[in-house]
Write a new protein. Structure first.
Length: 233
């Protein structure tokens, strides 16, 4: 039996996870440090990140409105953990909502910033199920294969999420084709999955439509966006 190093929750092998793929959607997206500042102004950093999170929240609401009930997060810093947190907000109002956390290996959070490790712990404690695509407790990520090292850990996690979902929500700018987000989006498209994607250009356009840097007006603008997702079958 494996347990999370952050929450102490039991972690099961990914192949043991059973859920209805037709109503399952997964997340992929950039980490916070990869987000460009609005108008290249570092003083807009907080506003930019807050607006990205609001856009992600709106896309999750679209998914809930469309009938998705199971959400898979890869539990990485940034988009994955923000998304998981928003799913848990919906779960408080709708008991049919399930959150599945899938880690690429058991030591994946070793280099997380302290604030993100605390967020990860809280999310794990409230998730419905924790899975890992690598159960060897000594395995770590390495660019070159070797004893207890593998360059494929994140790819296996990303592919598992797509293989067990019927759609993907992506915060993706498309510039870095080597990123894990690009890898996940590319694989999802090869598998024929719909990818509901937004980037910083979409977020900045919403800020501009809201007339500037009033976060309340930006929230209203983003939350008023119409759904782009069809109903689940």
């Amino acid at each position: 039996m494996a347990v999370s190093l952050d929450s102490g929750r039991i972690v099961q092998a990914a192949e043991n996870g059973l859920f209805d793929r037709s109503r399952t959607i997964c997340f992929t997206g950039h980490r916070e440090k990869s987000i460009a500042d609005y108008r290249n102004n570092p003083h807009s950093r907080h506003l930019t990140v807050a607006s990205v999170r609001l856009m992600l929240c709106r896309y999750i609401s679209m998914a809930v409105e469309s009938g998705y009930t199971t959400f898979i997060s890869g539990l990485a810093e940034g988009t994955d953990l923000w998304a998981a947190d928003y799913v848990l907000c919906h779960k408080r109002r709708n008991p049919d909502i399930r959150l599945i956390g899938v880690m690429p290996y058991l030591k994946h959070s070793k280099y997380f910033r302290p604030s993100y490790r605390e967020t990860l712990k809280n999310i794990e404690l409230r998730a419905d199920l924790l899975l890992s695509t690598e159960m060897n407790p000594d395995m770590v990520y390495g660019s070159n294969a070797g004893e207890n090292r593998s360059p494929d850990l994140y790819r296996r996690r990303n592919y598992f999420m797509c293989d067990n979902s019927s759609a993907v929500i992506a915060f993706f700018d498309g510039a870095n084709y080597r990123s894990g987000t690009a890898q996940t989006v590319s694989y999802a498209k090869r598998c024929g999955l719909p990818v509901y994607s937004f980037g910083t250009d979409d977020v900045f356009a919403a800020i501009d439509r809201a007339g500037g840097e009033d976060i309340h007006l930006i929230r209203d603008e983003i939350m008023s966006l119409g759904s782009i997702m069809p109903q689940c079958r």
